[in-house]
Design a protein around this ligand. Sequence first.
Ligand code: 6R9
Length: 669
Amino acid sequence: MPETSPLPDDAALTAESRPRDGQRFSPSAEFRASAVASADLYAEAAADRLEFWADQSRSLLHWHRPFTEVLDWSKPPFARWFADGELNVAYNCLDRHVLAGNGDRIALIWEGEPGDVRRISYAELTAEVKRAANLLTSLGIGQGDRVAIYLPMIPEAIVAMLAVARIGATHSVIFGGFSAESLRSRIDDAAAKLVITADGGWRKGRISPLKPAVDAALAGEPTTVEKVLVVRRAWPDDQELEWTAGRDLWWHDEIALMDADHVAKSFDAENPLFILYTSGTTGKPKGILHTSGGYLTHTAFTHRSVFDLHPESDVYWCTADIGWITGHSYVVYGPLANGATQLIYEGTPDTPHGGRWWELIQKHAVSILYTAPTAIRSFMKSGREIPQSFDLSSLRLLGSVGEPINPEAWLWYREVIGGGTPIVDTWWQTETGGIMISALPGVTETKPGAAQVPIPGISVAVLTDKGKKVGKGESGLLAVTQPWPGMLRGIWGDPDRFVETYWSKFAKVENGPLYFAGDGARRDEDGDIWLLGRVDDVMNVSGHRLSTAEIESALVAHPWVAEAAVVGANDETTGQAVVAFVIIRSRHSDAAAEPGAADQLRSHVASTIGPIARPRQVFLVSELPKTRSGKIMRRLLRDVAEGRAVGDTTTLADATVMQAIGDKLADKA
Ligand code: 6R9
């Protein structure tokens, strides 16, 4: 059937081509004919959810010791999946593909930002991970230890993660864009013994150093870190780097001494695989804990069925950095467990030119692309001529993740990038481990802007504040109503916060406790789910989660700042943007009156947390709107930040405050 009318030839959509109500796309007969997923999956999961996941796990993974129990939910919300089984996560991602005769298949096609390319087969990747596993063991790392990984998007990042997994230790990957301070707090929270980093990586046409941030993080107070392994990526041999003798080791020197033989031992299904820090509603990031057997089952199943993976012919590309959950689940564990061939790119989309991504797709014949709405919107802005000057005909499936995708961006993505290919909009979180709500390509009819239906084996509900299901056409809070294999097993070192954050909102409802996701959602007339964004004080900037409290505490740590309030304001490109309102201490009012003062505060946030947290705007104000109980009314600040008339101010302790803020901003304009 014809799928849509063609869009006009300008960059953004014009009024005539705006998404139409009720617009939907059926899978083509051709796609359906060779699709991995089928409608049977829904039926099987509905018939027996636990048996469904057990079947997936047995067929997708190699268990050294088969499990006999699927789920232990005797102490909710602390779940155990496949708990009496044993497996090795790295063996599942590597050795078994080699043993099955696929050692020559390319696992990673890596391209650096300057254009250097490495093609690494499954046999080569396995050998490298074995060497790295031997190296970690020789440094005294074993099961129960944590290893911090702070690397650019280079193959060694994946080798390091898999080597940690192979020896049963636990990794904590920290995004390379985070500051020394953020790195230190994560290292301390997890009590990491080893840090794996690089001299630097390539970003925006130049070298972005990493090792100095590690040095800064480890300076001062004693740390748990014993050794720092440094991958050489950025500079040639003669570059002088700060070096701490006895602590710092070159990765390439050490790896060269290691044997490429290493027998993968099996570990319990619930052995901790990784901790990944994510922003919550308080200033302190949460260390989300994931374990092995359930997580790998969930990521392998969803990667295969949601991305319709044909490992012998597809070239898959997920553009996420390994510092985020999407990089963990859909660059490392899901794809490698499934024996996929994938592209990894080190750099930014606009270096050295705005068509870099499309050039990569053309050059490496990428067939499946998984990226974020913020990227799509920024490409829309620069115009369709750029992607249209490349051959993108290898693409056959597109994915979206990280934030709600507006129908205009969905349609543009489908037409201009995909030439009419299906799109899967995948809703999930760091906490869920893997995709929870998404169409299955070849099976589900899709609607621009809707994430649609839970995947087979996952049960969700849209609830009122009191835990009652909303009707069709109504909005409410998204909850997951049954435990699932990839679910977080806790917050590192803080079981009470785990229970409080996710399981207390719907603790007392029937069949509870239910998992509260922190997102608003709407069910349409067909029962399909549309995500509406966060309902808590978590912002979503370019698909990255940032907490208002964390940025506020960075601001008040600056000597000028007496008080700060941060809101997420709508932004055309990044979804939301950080906007801060700051009260300056009177003794610093002169310094703060200088031109560029607000920019200094913006840079201060960027250097404390990382460039992604840099506020779009900092407004210097004399008061903040508060309720009589002293709570900052962020809703009113959001009105100001989004340039709207300020809403209801009747609950303010001092009704004149908003007028004063308005006047102050008008002065500046
Ligand atoms: C995978 C990831 C999770 C939050 C989540 C939600 C938002 C993610 C989405 C989406 C609408 C989608 N989110 N995917 N909102 N549609 N397809 O992004 O994890 O970084 O933990 O963020 O992102 O608000 O709660 P994470």
